[in-house]
Ligand binder design. Structure first.
Ligand SMILES: C[S@@+](CC[C@H](N)C(=O)[O-])C[C@H]1O[C@@H](n2cnc3c(N)ncnc32)[C@H](O)[C@@H]1O
Length: 196
């Protein structure tokens, strides 16, 4: 069985530990409204999990390897380790019908094998674009977006626009379902597991 310990010989790759700003995690959760059984497969510092009471979780640094997780869930949502994204996405597609990940956008389109895997699973139900990573608090400049992969989704048409960020005069709110007048909200309910 594929196991993280076979992928990381000694210790987690440091560049894979990139924390999602809490307001961005909440923005994504409000966008997709996950219900039923939810899994954050790489809880990190609880950016998503703190807004998903009752959700299950994995985190390799807390002894729960996602590649050992075999339970079917309705939703998977989070910010995966980028260096093993292909294997990570394949395992995600085995477990859930709706999979939502924030990523450097090029991770999805850089390999035909990844695009074929998505096409076999279904399709991209939505793409919420945040622009340059540094614009929303990531420590890199690559453009990032939240991808919503949906099993059996057959539309091949992706519509997206830059998601507005509070105080970002360069990106006035756009119309449609992605318009937000409230901006990013604050922190939510109490987290689990306890922060390290
Ligand atoms: C990009 S970070 C994101 C952390 C957190 N989800 C967030 O959004 O702030 C990726 C996380 O995946 C964790 N991770 C890497 N491989 C894992 C595995 N096999 N199972 C569970 N967690 C893993 C890392 O320790 C790290 O916390």
């Amino acid at each position: 069985m594929l196991n993280q310990r076979t992928l990381w010989k000694l210790e987690p790759i440091k560049k894979d530990v990139v924390y999602t700003p809490g307001e961005v995690a909440l923005d994504i959760i409000r966008w997709v409204h996950p219900t039923g059984k939810i899994l954050d497969p790489c809880a990190g510092d609880l950016a998503f999990l703190q807004h998903l009471p009752g959700a299950d979780w994995c985190e390799i640094r807390r002894g729960r390897d996602f590649f050992d997780y075999q339970t079917q869930v309705d939703w998977i949502i989070g910010n995966p380790p980028y260096s093993i994204f292909e294997a990570w996405l394949a395992h995600s597609f085995e477990l859930a019908n709706d999979v939502v990940y924030i990523l450097p956008i090029n991770k999805v389109f850089q390999r035909l094998a990844i695009m074929n895997m998505i096409a076999e699973f279904g399709g991209i139900r939505g793409l919420r674009v945040y622009g340059s990573g540094s614009r929303v608090g990531f420590p890199f400049g690559f453009s990032v977006g939240a991808f919503w992969f949906k099993r059996g989704y057959t539309s091949r048409e992706i519509q997206f626009r830059l998601t507005p960020v509070v105080g970002d005069a360069a990106s006035p709110p756009a119309g449609g379902e992605q318009t937000r007048t409230d901006g990013f909200a604050g922190e939510g309910s109490s987290p689990h597991p306890p922060r390290a």
